[in-house]
Design a protein around this ligand. Structure first.
Ligand code: RIB
Ligand code: CA
Length: 310
């Protein structure tokens, strides 16, 4: 599968880049502000590609959300966005500073292209505003984000959606069907100390980086929650795009709450029978593919094996 990965590295984004390069024809990476600012997410994407020896163009994207204040993920991802990883001097440079143009131009020129967004949806929303027919030119659009009435950055909102709710609303409305790989499924694919040791035993710069970022993420979960395992959300989302047969999903209208004081950034999935909304003369949001569960052991192994090929 030909893939553009839109990301905000970000600890789990770093692992996701490796998994995407292993299982997809990763033709491009675009960056967006999210976990940390755009300068750092772009630098981090470049350094991951450099350390893994990936020959993939990296295009800088949006520096701020469509509306509202930027959120910050550094409490989880560290000031650099890659935890306390020791990073080499950068020898790579960005292919452009216009991720939106790259997404739109590539979608129109490359057949069977999939777009996988694992950060805030700002770039995707701007691409839709630039080319309203974008979705017709994509073979698939998958996001790591949201969830059916589950949250992490708030009780009901997931970070990527809450980081730019207006962008997410545009994407769910104008780019249906979206495959939503949300916390419902990504929370279930977790990694612990033995996995980190297995990755570190790879003994390469890339496996050293991957072990460092997963260990840093796990340390935050230990510190804040007392957990002994940690989800690597974005890497799971990559396997949902590259190995869809491993994932269970169902189709439901999904809309994004923008105004709720407690619920802004919530992906509101209508799980009722469609007939009920019709019977009540209620409008229905565009339908998305909501991903619920997977073969956890198989996905864990796919991710670990992918990382260990670098
Ligand atoms: O909620 C998980 C998402 O938020 C992931 O994309 C992670 O990188 C963080 O940005
Ligand atoms: Ca991310």
């Amino acid at each position: 599968m030909k893939l553009i990965l839109d990301c905000d590295p970000g600890l789990d984004d770093a692992v996701a880049i490796l998994v995407a390069a292993r299982y997809a024809d990763l033709i491009g990476v675009t960056t967006v502000a999210g976990n940390v600012g755009i300068n750092r997410t772009t630098r981090n994407a470049l350094v991951v590609a450099q350390m893994a020896g990936l020959d993939v163009p990296i295009h800088r994207g949006a520096a701020r959300p469509l509306a509202g204040a930027a959120v910050d993920g550094s409490r989880i991802h560290g000031e650099t966005g890659l935890g306390n990883a020791v990073l080499p001097d950068l020898t790579r440079s960005e292919a452009s500073d216009d991720a939106v143009a790259y997404i739109c131009d590539t979608a129109r020129s490359v057949d069977d292209l999939h777009l996988l967004a694992i950060g805030p949806l700002t770039n995707v929303a701007l691409a839709l505003q630039r080319d309203p027919d974008l979705r017709r030119h994509l073979a698939g659009l998958t996001i790591m984000g949201g969830g059916a009435h589950i949250g992490n950055i708030t009780p009901v909102a997931e970070f990527n959606i809450r980081a730019d709710p207006e962008a997410a609303a545009v994407v769910f409305e104008k780019a249906a069907p979206v495959t939503m790989v949300g916390l419902d499924v990504t929370n279930k694919v977790v990694f612990g100390d033995s996995d980190i040791a297995r990755i570190r035993a790879g003994g390469t710069p890339a496996t050293g980086l991957a072990a460092s970022v997963v260990e840093y993420l796990l340390d935050r979960f230990r510190e804040y929650l007392g957990h002994s395992t940690v989800p690597v959300h974005d890497a799971t989302a990559v396997t949902a795009a590259t190995h869809p047969h491993l994932f269970e999903r169902s189709r439901h209208p999904v809309a994004v709450e923008l105004r709720g004081e407690l619920t802004r950034g919530m992906t509101v999935a209508d799980l009722r029978p469609a007939a009920l909304a019709r019977a009540l003369d209620q409008p229905s949001a565009p339908v998305s593919n909501v991903v619920w569960r997977t073969d956890v052991d198989a996905v864990r192994e796919l991710i670990l094996e992918a990382v260990l090929t670098f």
